[in-house]
Design a protein around this ligand. Structure first.
Ligand code: TXE
Length: 498
């Protein structure tokens, strides 16, 4: 599959694989060792405009928005089957491109398959409603119709998974689309679109361009030809997309990350709590929108808890994702590692106490990759930027609390609101906490898990709207009320004019 990408055109517009009109290319770099994996086409604005026009034509005059639900379900099932048949190769591509371990990539691909299957099943259930108006002559129906042309913009941390959370429901709803993966990690999305092509999705329904957001962003987001923008990425980009969308009253769905608290009460099981905090903070080197990077721990157990966390963090095996011995891989790029290093320097200057990490690994074998050690800061204060801002790296901050009210206040003391975790053996306290925390997902005595059947998204600056679950399909639908009078008669409102 990777061989297929080498030298082949890899923009997909109106059912054809084409090179970028301007001849642009981009080297895709393996963050594990800095080598070039493959060189892909780099679209420019003209390619994006052509792709949007193809999606517009396919929506306005093509068959897909009007296909039967059964046909759409069959296509989604076919895509899931093709994904299953290429699972190992897709996982390899994802690991080469992002740096994550092969084990993580396999989980991602299984989740991608699950999301296509979930939306195939959900499409079959239908959400249309008949309304009883009290008048037997009136048939009042509320029906769902495809939202239109969608711009789907995805980030680099879960490239295929996050793109699939968009493409699968958009296809199920009958939309047409232009998909733009992150320019840092486009390979698995190119591979997916090859499968979509083989699954028989009609020309123009799914279009693919890859390029930097700065080059093609306005063509996708500042145009009346796009009806819906679904974006996952950073807050600053989300703000600029929302501004562009406002100019055309385009619908937007935004998932903008988080700074997610993990609250540990003294009655929680110690070992499983340490394990969950460790995994929540350092899985995928912290490059997870729902990473639990803000530990809020009861003062009575804080010393021993942080000591055990540090001991375990130092034993995490950082290395190439392709090496089965590695437990976490590099950061996605040199540039991103520089951002993370700047945050570590900031934490130190703000007065946080560096407990462990705060450096690149000393192993010479890792020198060419963008690796960074799991890092823990203790004695953090809520006002610190290291506590408030998303670092998107392997950095855990520790704050202490005394009362339950204080724990809730700290847990809600964030501009974000994507996810939070609570650990306690007291069910009543657990219930009070999960209801009081203003986050889109709250885990009680667990962390990081999700299911395609449950909504995902955030409060506050974590975004607008929800992906996954029935709401994740509704994002791609318009609601229409059809009022049908089966016995029309003179109404008589303006009776004097007869
Ligand atoms: O994201 P960008 P970046 C956070 C994380 C990270 C920060 C910046 O904190 O450090 O964001 O990461 C496209 N119009 N998250 O700079 O730029 C871009 O090409 C249209 C959280 O990599 O937001 C890519 O496809 N599109 C997050 C996508 O937006 C534009 C996951 C995301 O890139 C654009 C990743 C524009 N003007 C980073 N500019 C999460 N929510 O999980 C860029 N893009």
């Amino acid at each position: 599959m990777l061989d297929e990408l080498c030298g082949a055109p890899n923009l997909y517009i109106d059912g054809k694989w084409v090179h970028a009109a301007g001849g642009g290319t981009r080297d895709i770099v393996n963050p594990a060792d800095g080598t070039v994996i493959v060189t892909v086409d780099e679209a420019d604005r003209a390619d994006a405009v052509t792709a949007v026009a193809a999606a517009r034509a396919a929506f306005d005059t093509g068959g897909w928005p009007r296909t039967s639900v059964a046909e759409r379900i069959a296509v989604l099932e076919r895509i899931a089957e093709l994904l299953g048949a290429t699972r190992d190769e897709l996982a390899r591509i994802e690991t080469l491109d992002t740096g994550k371990t092969l084990r993580e990539s396999h989980i991602d691909i299984d989740d991608v398959i699950a999301v296509f299957r979930y939306y195939a099943r959900l499409a079959a259930t239908g959400a249309d409603r008949l309304i009883d108006t009290g008048n037997p002559a009136i048939i009042s129906r509320v029906v769902r119709e495809p939202a239109g042309v969608c711009a789907l913009i995805a980030p680099w941390n879960y490239p295929l998974l996050q793109m699939s959370w968009k493409i699968a429901p958009a296809l199920a709803a009958g939309c047409t689309m232009v998909a733009k993966p992150s320019e840092v990690t486009p390979l698995s999305t190119i591979a997916l679109v090859r499968l979509i092509d083989r699954a028989g999705v009609p020309a123009g329904v799914v279009n693919l361009i890859q390029s930097s957001g700065a080059t093609v962003g306005s063509a996708l987001t500042d145009t009346p030809d796009v009806d819906l923008i679904s974006f996952t990425g950073g807050v600053a980009t989300g703000e600029s997309i929302a501004r562009n969308a406002a100019a055309h009253i385009t619908r937007v769905a935004l998932e903008l990350g988080g700074k997610n608290p993990h609250i540990v009460f003294p009655d929680a099981d110690f070992d499983s709590a340490v394990d969950a905090v460790l995994t929540g903070a350092f899985l995928h080197s912290g490059q997870v929108c729902s990473a639990g990077t803000r530990l809020i721990v009861h003062e009575s157990i804080a010393e021993s808890f942080v000591a055990e966390l540090a001991r375990r963090a130092e034993r995490i095996r950082v290395g190439p994702g392709m090496d089965p011995a590695s437990e976490t891989g590099p950061l996605v790029s040199e540039q991103h590692r520089a951002n993370v290093e700047a945050y570590v320097a900031l934490g130190i200057s703000e007065g946080a106490k560096l407990v462990t990490g705060g450096a690149r690994p000393s192993d010479a074998a890792l020198a060419a990759g963008s690796y960074y050690l799991p890092t823990i800061f203790d004695e953090c204060q809520r006002w610190m930027r290291i506590v408030q801002e998303e670092t998107f790296g392997p950095i855990l901050t520790v704050e202490r609390f005394t009362t339950e009210a204080e724990a809730i206040a700290l847990g809600n003391d964030t501009a974000y609101g994507l996810a939070a975790g609570v650990r306690t053996a007291d069910p009543a306290r657990g219930e009070r906490l999960v209801r009081a925390l203003r986050h889109g997902t709250v885990w009680l005595n667990d962390f990081g898990y999700y299911t395609p059947a449950a909504e995902w998204g955030g409060f506050g600056r974590s975004g607008i709207g929800r992906e996954l679950g029935p709401s994740g399909l509704a994002e791609y639908q318009e609601t229409k009320h059809i009022w049908h009078n089966t016995a029309p008669a003179v109404g008589g409102w303006f009776a004097g004019n007869n």
